[in-house]
Design a protein around this ligand. Structure first.
Ligand SMILES: Cc1ncc(COP(=O)(O)O)c(C=O)c1O
Length: 409
């Protein structure tokens, strides 16, 4: 007799919660207390600068500018690189909306290209095909913390004189051929929002190896001031994107835990990949020896509905959640989001880009297949558990597979 599915009223495979996120202890408390009693909560403090230096070094970059969030980091990176109205920026549509919004905020046009089915990352061949006279930048997104093929992206960018801004908002500490992501391209943006693997509730940082770009980012994030200039001397129309000393203090402590937690996520991910690849109907993403370190913000796997009695992905996700496994069906292709479709009514965008602002014309088969049919995510904190926790994930999926006929009825 098969065990009754939890979604049909049976006992869930798992009743215990997975590790709670965020993880903190007395060290965060002490760091916050220190800032509180110092009376210096913002500008003039030492924590922001210390964090910028430590995090930039952590990503093998020379410079860092900590800002309010990852979206602002992308926007400032684009501005610093001189991207603006009339420019096209190539990016995947399998990403958080902020990647596209950052381009729109500077007046540039997001140009979406398809992803690779076995990595869910931007497909370099499609990048090449999408380049026009107006292309100025590429934003590779290291989705779920998996590094993009940066060899191919860098080659294309060098040949065509394009700027590379890495959206590393999910990829702290990730490595492509032993180089940490973020400053492999010209600039990189990271997020420290609540769900992220290192967090201060909200926050972000831009990293770069280019001194000139660093100075520009610094100026944009600090009301157009210059590093050595007077307080009321504003040379560019920057704004206030600074983080507080409280955020920087928390991030400094969180950074101390990041390596150990990343190792644990990688170890559990390896174990899970081995087990999941034994289930017919589940496909894991490709293994690539050039990825020397994955950040695993998300564990992404592919669900094959045909092997599960054609149960739609959304129903499978509901059933898996009912068994006690946190999971998500993930993104909608960005060009199908209302805010992108509405751009065709925008007079200024129409004037600048003509029919290219009509995103209803865009269709990317691999992105759509992953979004609507196959892609499923497990959140990062799930990977902070034990091997037994991973076994529960496998057990829950196997249970659903065995009872997929019951679920299809
Ligand atoms: C891929 C990606 N890009 C950009 C962002 C934007 O970061 P934030 O939410 O800190 O603005 C996020 C995070 O939410 C993200 O996951």
């Amino acid at each position: 007799m098969l065990d009754k599915l939890a979604i049909k009223g049976g006992e869930p495979v798992r009743k215990k919660p997975f590790p709670k996120w965020p993880i903190f202890d007395e060290r965060e408390m002490e760091a916050l207390r220190e800032v509180l009693y110092s009376g210096v909560w913002g500008i003039g403090g030492t924590k922001k600068k210390e964090f910028e230096e430590k995090f930039a070094a952590y990503q093998n970059a020379k410079y860092g500018v900590a800002v309010t969030n990852g979206t602002a980091a992308l926007e400032i990176a684009l501005r610093a690189a001189g991207i603006g109205a009339g420019d096209e920026v190539i990016m995947p549509a399998y990403t958080f909306m902020a990647t596209a919004v950052a381009a729109l905020y500077v007046g540039a046009l997001p140009v979406f290209v398809d992803i690779e089915p076995d990595t869910c990352n931007i497909n370099p061949e499609k990048v090449e095909e999408a380049i026009t006279d107006r292309t100025r930048a590429i934003i590779p997104v290291h989705i779920g913390g998996r590094p993009v093929d940066m060899d191919s992206i860098t080659k294309i960018a060098d040949e065509r004189d394009l700027v590379v801004i890495e959206d590393a908002c999910q990829a702290w500490g990730a490595e492509w051929r032993s180089r940490r992501v973020g400053a492999i391209g010209d600039l990189g943006a990271f997020s420290f929002q609540s769900s992220k693997n290192i967090t201060s509730g909200e926050g972000g940082i831009i990293v770069t190896n280019d001194e000139d770009l660093y100075m520009k980012c610094w100026s944009y994030h600090n009301c157009g001031r210059t590093l050595k200039g007077e307080w009321y001397h504003h040379v560019i129309p920057g704004a206030n994107y600074r983080i507080t000393e409280f955020q920087a203090a928390i991030l400094l402590v969180q950074l101390e835990r990041l390596d150990e937690q990343t190792e644990r996520r990688n170890e559990n991910a390896r174990y899970l990949t081995n087990k999941l690849s034994e289930i017919e109907g589940i496909e894991t993403l490709s293994q690539d020896s050039r990825i020397t370190r994955h950040a695993y913000h998300l564990y992404i796997f592919k669900y094959i509905p045909e092997e599960f009695n054609n149960i739609p992905k959304e129903r499978f996700v509901e059933a898996l959640r009912a068994e006690g496994i946190p999971c998500s069906p993930g993104y909608v292709p960005l060009y199908r989001e209302r805010f992108m479709l509405n751009l065709r009514e925008d007079k200024l965008m129409q004037k600048l880009y003509g029919e290219k602002v009509d995103y209803s014309r865009v269709s990317l088969p691999v992105t759509e297949d992953i979004c609507y049919r196959r892609g499923i995510w497990l959140p990062q904190y799930v990977l902070l558990g034990t091997k037994e926790d991973m076994d529960d994930i496998v057990k829950a999926i196997t249970k659903i597979k065995e009872s997929s006929k019951e679920l299809a009825d």
